[in-house]
Structure formats: structure tokens, C-alpha cells
Ligand binder design. Structure first.
Ligand code: ADP
Length: 473
């Protein structure tokens, strides 16, 4: 519960933080971009206004007649003459103020919002600079007038552009937005928490079922998330197929244990019955001997069963117990055949046609066991003085192993069943066996990703053909 809460909280926190960062960065980027555009625009206005005003001033050595004052303007007495300022001298336009100055900072005409702060700063021609007053930033632009003035005189126009109203509004918006960031964080935290809770609900369901299955409540339970193809549905499907496999292997294990104990019970029952019968009364030595022979036969059967059951269980573990390596199948087959040829059952001869140099990826112990099981069966279910032929050959993409006998054969209706565990054809029950040999063969073939086909005719013989893929797997 603790862990789940922490994942939910972690996701919410990350998500909310990310949203806040993205929104704040977007607003800041917008603010700085707009600010720089507005500032550039305001500077352009400032320079244009000052440059335009340069042509609006003229110096007259004597007072002009009324008629000569065209276009209309203002006359300012200056030195021995007059300065004529056209009426369209732009005092204030686009938040730009302009004023006419003498070199020593005395203002002759115009508007100056920074009379005190700016007057002490010397003029520099065509120079743009800035100054801040009461939190308002001013751009200032100086321009020297090229007029035929009396000797020693110099006139300047100085323009001032304060932050435009738009820029101030923009700043206000920013100032109002910043306190909203914590609120935005709280809202996205709340929404994020609710949303992640909603998104993680199927995960809680998966966890609940997994917990109940791992506690052993019910292996048949499955996760039902309804229709959907997202990752959680895929996860649920993976879990469900894992539970299917788990259930199957539990069932298989249960079946195997019950089949094995059932098989062991029969010889055990015979032994117990034989003992009770023999002990019922005084017996002759011959009767005792017969009785002990029966018990020995059943004990031998049990011994064979236990051995095969253990072998089968080991083979069932496959990759854990039997690692795959490159193995020389030709050498392995030759060795197995020559060892098996020493066994004499029913005087059956063992022949082989083994192609040289066949190598495949596999486990040599298992492959040798597979061949032994098939040859033993060919011996056990062969006819007196019959023959068994082992053929190993390789084709382009596969290796083929064939074990053929001319023995009793297998009835058509039994051919599928003989690969089941403990299954034995009734007609061959007189021959000792456990019914596990071919199940092991099948397991080994599956482990090596091969396939088996059986061709058999009752009374004529059987041919087991196995194909292994030649690949590295
Ligand atoms: P087991 O030989 O111990 O009984 P197997 O699993 O090896 O167990 O074989 C299962 C059954 O298949 C045998 O009992 C037999 O009836 C039949 N069988 C197997 N191989 C042959 C064969 N080569 N010829 C005839 N019948 C066979």
C-alpha cells in the first residue's frame, strides 16, 4: 500500500512539476520575446522622431517678417538672432519626447521628462543610451544640429522614450501571473493525483489478483480488465498467460504424481498380497521359493518404475539439468549403437548407417538416451532373430535419425497413445516396461525443437523418424 501510494505521489509530483515548468517557461519566453520586440520598436520610434526634428529648426540672424514665417513656427530669441522652430516639431509622439538644448544642457524648447537626471549627462552625437527613473526605463538619443550658428554656439536635440504603455502592461501581466504559479501547482497536483489514481486502478486490480494467486487462493483466477490494447491490458494478458502456464504445470505435476503413485501401487499391492497369502499357512520350500520369485519380479518392476520416474522428472527440468552444447551426433550415435549391440534380446541384430561428421547443438546425454530408448524398444518389441536398423543422415536444413524394426508393430488406434506417460499397449504387457520410455523420447525431441513421425504396421514392424533443425538452436 505504502509503495503504491508512493508511485502515485511520485507520478503526480513529476507531472505537476513538469506542467508548472512548461507553463512558466512559455510565459517567460513570451514575455521576453514581446519585451524585446516592443523595446526595438520604441527605439526605432525614438531615433526616427529625433532625426525628423533635426530639420524643423533653423537659425535666423534677424527677425523674419510675418509673411516670411511659412510654414508657421515659433521664434525663440537666440544670441543675436532667432531660432525658428516649425510648428510640426514633434514634442511628444509614440511616447517619445524631444527637446532642443544648448551644449551646456539649457533646454530651449520641447518636452523633457528627465530634466534633472539627464541634464548632467554630456551630449554625444547619434548616441543611444538608457536611464531608469522611478522604475521606468528611458531610452535617450542625442543628435547635434548642423546649423550656421554664431561662433561658439552648439545646439542639440535630445529625445526620450519611456517604456511604452504596452511594455508596462506586459510587465503587469507578468507580475500578476507569477503568484499564480503556486496555485497552478496545487491544481495540477490535485488533478494529477486524481488522474494517476484512475490510471493506476487496473494495476491495483492486477496486483490484487497476483497476490491472491501467490497466496494459493485460486489458480483459476484471471485478471479481467475488459476491452483495451494499452500497456496495462498487455501486462494483464502476459500475467494471464503466465497463470495459464502455471496452472498447466501444476496440473501436470499433480497428474504425474498421481499416475506415478498409481503405477507403483500395483506391484506393491501384489507384493503385500503375496506376502499375506504365503504367511497364511505353513508352506513347502518350493512354494516359498515361488512366492519369493513373484515378490522379486514385482520389486524389480518397482525398481524400474522408480528409476524411470526419476529419469523422466530430471529430463522434464530440461535446460536446468542438461545444458546445450555443440555435439558430434555421428560419434554419439556410433558409440550408442556399438554399446547397445552388446545387449542380446531376442537375438535381434543391430545395423546402422551413420553419416560422418554430423554436428548439432544439443545435449549429448539426452540425445544418447533418446537413441537408447528407441533401440531398446525395437529389441523388446522385435521378433525373434529380427533386425533393427539405425540411420543417421543430414539434409540441407535438418538432421534425420531413423530407428526401424521388423517387430510386432503398433496397432493404428494405439499409435498416438503410446507417447502418453505410463501408457502400454495391452499386447506388449508381457514384456517388462514402465510406459515412460517414449514419453522421455518426446520430451527430449521437444527440448531440441525437433519432430517425430511414426510409421508402423501391426505384425510388420515400426519406423520412428526424428527430424532436428540444423540451426544453432
Ligand atoms: P515401455 O516400453 O516401457 O512399455 P514406452 O513408452 O517405451 O514404454 O513404449 C510404450 C508402448 O509403446 C510400449 O509398451 C509398446 O506397447 C509400444 N511400443 C514402443 N516401441 C515399440 C516398437 N518398436 N514396436 C512395437 N511397439 C512399441
Amino acid at each position: 500500500m505504502k509503495e503504491r501510494m508512493s508511485i502515485r505521489l511520485k507520478m503526480t509530483l513529476w507531472y505537476s512539476l513538469l506542467i508548472c515548468i512548461i507553463v512558466t517557461l512559455t510565459v517567460l519566453a513570451f514575455y521576453f520575446a514581446s519585451k524585446s520586440v516592443l523595446r526595438l520598436q520604441s527605439r526605432d520610434y525614438l531615433i526616427a522622431a529625433v532625426e525628423e526634428n533635426v530639420d524643423k529648426i533653423t537659425y535666423l540672424e534677424s527677425r523674419p517678417t510675418e509673411d516670411a514665417l511659412s510654414p508657421p513656427g515659433i521664434l525663440i530669441p537666440y544670441d543675436k538672432g532667432f531660432l525658428r522652430v516649425d510648428n510640426d516639431f514633434l514634442d511628444v509622439i509614440h511616447d517619445v519626447c524631444a527637446a532642443l538644448y544648448e551644449r551646456d544642457g539649457v533646454m530651449l524648447y520641447g518636452e523633457n521628462p528627465l530634466s534633472y537626471e539627464a541634464s548632467s549627462i554630456a551630449f554625444t552625437d547619434s548616441h543611444l543610451w538608457s536611464l531608469t527613473k522611478d522604475g521606468v526605463r528611458f531610452d535617450i538619443y542625442d543628435r547635434k544640429l548642423n546649423l550656421p550658428l554664431p561662433k561658439g554656439k552648439e545646439l542639440w536635440i535630445r529625445g526620450f522614450a519611456a517604456d511604452t504603455k504596452n511594455l508596462q502592461d506586459l510587465r503587469k501581466i507578468m507580475m500578476n501571473f507569477l503568484p499564480l504559479v503556486p496555485m497552478l501547482l496545487l491544481i495540477s497536483l490535485f488533478l494529477g493525483y486524481v488522474m494517476t489514481g484512475f490510471q493506476l486502478a487496473p494495476l491495483r486490480k492486477i496486483e490484487g489478483i497476483a497476490e491472491s494467486i501467490s497466496k494459493g487462493d485460486d489458480l483459476k483466477k484471471r485478471i479481467e480488465l475488459g476491452e483495451g490494447k494499452d500497456e496495462l491490458h498487455q501486462l494483464a494478458n502476459v500475467f494471464n498467460s503466465m497463470y495459464d502456464r502455471l496452472e498447466n504445470s501444476f496440473e501436470a505435476e499433480k497428474r504425474f504424481t498421481s499416475e506415478a503413485s498409481h503405477e507403483l501401487r500395483t506391484p506393491l499391492a501384489v507384493i503385500l498380497a503375496q506376502c499375506s497369502l504365503t504367511l497364511e499357512e505353513e508352506r513347502s520350500p518350493r512354494e516359498y521359493r515361488d512366492s519369493i520369485r513373484v515378490i522379486r519380479r514385482q520389486a524389480a518392476r518397482m525398481n524400474g518404475l522408480v528409476k524411470d520416474i526419476l529419469d523422466y522428472a530430471r529430463i522434464d527440468q530440461g535446460p536446468l539439468t542438461y545444458p546445450m552444447t555443440e555435439c558430434d551426433l555421428s560419434g554419439l550415435a556410433k558409440e550408442t549403437v556399438s554399446n547397445m549391440a552388446l545387449m542380446t534380446i531376442n537375438d535381434i541384430g543391430l545395423k546402422s548407417e551413420i553419416e560422418e561428421g554430423i554436428v548439432m547443438k544439443g545435449n549429448s546425454e539426452l540425445l544418447s538416451r533418446l537413441l537408447q530408448n528407441l533401440i531398446i524398444n525395437a529389441f523388446k518389441y522385435g521378433k525373434e532373430e529380427g533386425t533393427t536398423l539405425v540411420v543417421l543422415e543430414s539434409q540441407e536444413d535438418k538432421v534425420t535419425l531413423t530407428v526401424e524394426d521388423n517387430g510386432i508393430g503398433i496397432p493404428d488406434e494405439e499409435q498416438e497413445k503410446i507417447f502418453e506417460r505410463f501408457y502400454r499397449v495391452d499386447s506388449s504387457r508381457s514384456v517388462p516396461g514402465t510406459g515412460l520410455g517414449l514419453s522421455m523420447v518426446m520430451k527430449i525431441i521437444q527440448y531440441h525443437k525437433g519432430s517425430l513421425s511414426l510409421d508402423s504396421k501391426e505384425g510388420k514392424g515400426s519406423r520412428f523418424t526424428i527430424h532436428f533443425p540444423k540451426g544453432k538452436e
